[in-house]
Ligand binder design. Sequence first.
Ligand SMILES: [Zn+2]
Length: 404
Amino acid sequence: MEDLRRCTKCVLPETHETIVFNEDGVCNICTGQVFKESSINWQDRKKELDKIVETYRGKYDYDCIVPYSGGKDSTWTLDYLVKEYGLKPLVVCFDHGFMRPNLLKNTLQTAKKLGVDLHTFTPNWHVVRKLMLQSLLEKGDFCWHCHTGIFSYPMWVAIKYHVPLVIWGEPSAEYTAYYSYDQIEEVDEKRFNRFVNLGISSDDMFVRLGGELDPRDLKPYTYPPLSELRKIEYRSICLGSYVPWDVKKNVAVIHRDLGWKGDQVENVPPEFNYEKIECYMQGVRDYIKYIKRGYTRPTHLGSIDIRNSRLERDEAIKMISTYEGKRPPSLDLFLDFLGLTEDQFMEIVQEHMVSPYKHDPKKVMPGEKTHDFDQWQRHDPMPKKETEEQLKRWQRRKAVQHGS
Ligand SMILES: [Zn+2]
């Protein structure tokens, strides 16, 4: 385990985004949680949600849109809206390209059991791999296409199908301090620019990719113009702003009622098998986070459990040392898809290290394959020439930025 200052109540380290410690060394995520538990009148919040739902019910082809990944949060959201309110939702799924077999099974089974229409969109892979490489270079985070697509695409569907109410799952106050629980968070363009798109708009992305793409290829990653959203009188909210979010309870409900199944995830303890089972690149995502910030999911998951009094702090510390920072087998696929060598990868990611963490690649141990590794879809790799051109363009841009 790395030598970082951590919250004295949970185990979040100083390299966590938006973290601030108070004089007792307790982090602002922990103090925000106390507010959620003690100061919110959840009965009033629920009544507000009742009102919103009644405003939109029965007036359009669908009562609402539920953006859906097949993971625990969107599954519970969908289950709740159908059972508690009897809504007729259009379920919108953005396929990021790395869906796992168990997840696809969960999705189809949930749609059938609940009796809902499922709309899936799979974007152009040739574009996706360019976007992944570019966002890795710029931000040390290859998921730009997924972050932006997941939040933009359902809004385009809302406009196209004229379904103004969009209901998301958990609010971001649950995990970061970009928003706090005392403000009700609207999932809008402001939020999109603030923490979804990594500070890169699709116009920027177009330019950074050398203007090579058809601009229409970037539309699924572009937040629709506010004027068009206002025309349909849209409303985009998180269910978790109105109903208290308890992940473990929610998982128990969807497991019991829908047969929803968790899955093994690279470098995560088996007791958290309900988390981030959507994407077989999750292990690479976590590994990158470790190289940049010296911590990963066990820290995050342990912290949530400590706050909910389900785990002792020293047990969390033990879990962190056992599971964090191993090289995930999914990295081989990732390098192949983008045409990178492991040295190139390490060099790119280490440019994004967050002080005071210093990564030492020599200390890294190999991680284990998950049971479904051989069933993960193998995509066509980016042609070597394309990778090289993109890397060269990036080197030139950096040289200009550094004035050399
Ligand atoms: Zn804390």
